[in-house]
Design a protein around this ligand. Structure first.
Ligand code: BG6
Length: 459
């Protein structure tokens, strides 16, 4: 098997050590055949020993203490790895770093978005090795226009199949399980449409607050940080037509097609969304300050920490079904779930009593579970209905979301990467909402940290 080279630009940064290297460690542990050369590059000078210590610690972080064979393989990768001091926004340094790669690398830009663009621009003046792969983190642009510009820049460097736009949500095993659930069970597909589905909700609320990320988050806000990227992709997997295979063209084509049909509910961006930001409160015994008092936050920006957008998908399958996407920070009893609510029966047999709530299918992320809420005849009076829940646990994936994504990048399989047009579509869907919020047509409400959201939302 050929050696794969992973070149991480920004190798001394938080993303590399918190997510990428632990993901790589689990990937090496899961695949004894993986032959990988790791090269890190960054501005900060690091001694070989410091790099080795940090890289091996991060790669070993999520690997079972008892798995000594895997730990040995990881240490060997760390020992053979190198760290190069470089200003990766200059063509000269990039060329020097690329020259050190034993095989054509997968280049991972673990850098802030503006620096990634500078680095890609500098790559224009570098002779790129054939087969080089470019892997980027979200956000892919800040609007439709800038996403188009970024895509043009990237495809001036390498063909689109060699560009990997990373979204770690597509590496979450439960998100991928949507494919098995929907398409390997004939019972769901016939009712997976506007005839039988009342509404779809995709919630990803977090107990975490800002966590010292004001530099990035205060400019992004919940709408861009979570809905524009992650949740729209989850929606695409829930709502897309059946792809015939897991070939990247089939899956990504199906996702692109459904996103092209999506708009803010009834075409009215001002009423389709709600937004709020947290005020002081406590979560799990931890007191959070007002969002606006967090270090680095500019209150004038009016950044939301909780965003909800109702989306309509204008096609035969989904016309009239609202898809509500919501994500917030500092939310109490945080819900991370996809809820498909089915329509009530057209006529409940006269004589059957009790509550007949609509059946629901709920896919819960973290802990990963599946629930089906059904009406059955309750105990005692057989003509009295009650709702019961059938539950199952999803098996855990061997890899972390980043491990899954890295595996695709190193295998040359772009199935889990966002295609350029999909990134543009996600901006097209949220841009009118951003504009409405920018023009203050939608009020910015407050919620106490540790509560589900503003009281007026009745959550
Ligand atoms: C990131 C966002 O992309 O996803 C964070 O920038 C968010 O704000 C995170 O907390 C959520 O994903 P996960 O997998 O850490 O729950």
């Amino acid at each position: 098997m050929n050696t794969r080279t992973l070149l991480i630009l920004g190798a001394n940064g938080d993303l590399t050590h918190r997510l990428l290297l632990p993901g790589l460690g689990r990937l090496i542990a899961a695949d004894p055949e993986l032959d990988i050369a790791l090269i890190g590059a960054g501005r900060t000078e690091l001694s070989d020993q410091t790099w080795f210590d940090r890289a091996s610690k991060a790669m070993l972080h999520e690997v079972d203490e008892a798995d000594s064979a895997a730990r040995q393989r990881i240490k060997a990768v760390a020992e053979a790895s190198r760290y190069l001091t470089a200003n990766v926004t200059t063509s000269r340094d990039l060329a020097a770093v690329l020259a050190q790669c034993p095989t054509s690398p997968a280049v991972y830009f673990a850098l802030p978005p503006a620096v990634t663009i500078e680095a890609c621009t500098a790559l224009r003046d570098v002779d790129l090795p054939a087969g080089i792969v470019l892997a980027l983190e979200k956000p892919f642009g800040t609007s439709v226009a800038t996403a188009e510009e970024l895509n043009a820049l990237l495809t001036s460097l390498v063909p689109e199949p060699q560009v990997y736009r990373v979204d770690h949500f597509l590496g979450k095993s439960t998100v991928l399980n949507l494919l098995g659930l929907r398409f390997a069970n004939r019972i769901f597909e016939p009712i997976w449409n506007a005839d039988s589905v009342e509404s779809v909700m995709i919630y990803y609320d977090e107990e975490l607050g800002l966590e010292q990320r004001a530099g990035y988050y205060d400019k992004a806000g919940a709408l861009v940080d979570m809905i524009q990227s992650h949740l729209l992709l989850v929606m695409a997997l829930v709502a897309m037509e059946t792809p015939s295979s897991l070939h990247p063209d089939d899956l990504r084509g199906a996702m692109a097609q459904v996103l092209r049909a999506a708009r803010p509910w009834q075409g009215d961006a001002a009423t389709a969304g709600r937004r709020a930001r947290y005020a002081t409160g406590s979560i799990n015994g931890r007191t959070l300050p007002n969002y606006v008092d967090e270090p680095g936050v500019d209150p004038q920006r009016g950044t939301e920490t909780l965003a909800e957008v109702k989306i309509g998908i204008e096609n035969w399958r989904w016309a009239g079904v609202p898809f509500t996407l919501r994500s917030g920070k500092a939310v109490g009893n945080a819900r991370k779930e996809i809820i498909i609510t089915f329509k009530n029966v057209p006529h409940l047999i006269t004589g059957l009593t009790g509550c007949a709530s609509p059946p629901r299918l709920r896919v819960v992320l973290d802990p990963d579970r599946l629930h089906l809420d059904l009406n059955i005849n309750g105990a005692g009076d057989p003509f009295n209905l009650e709702q019961v829940t059938m539950s199952a646990e999803f098996g855990k994936g061997a890899l972390s979301p980043y491990g899954e994504v890295l595996s695709g990048i190193l295998d040359g399989d772009p199935i889990l990467s966002i295609r350029g047009d999909v990134a543009e579509q996600c901006w097209r869907i949220v841009e009118p909402v951003q504009q409405a919020w920018g023009a203050n047509t939608t009020p910015l409400e407050d919620y106490e940290a540790g509560t589900p959201g503003p009281k007026s939302w009745n959550l």
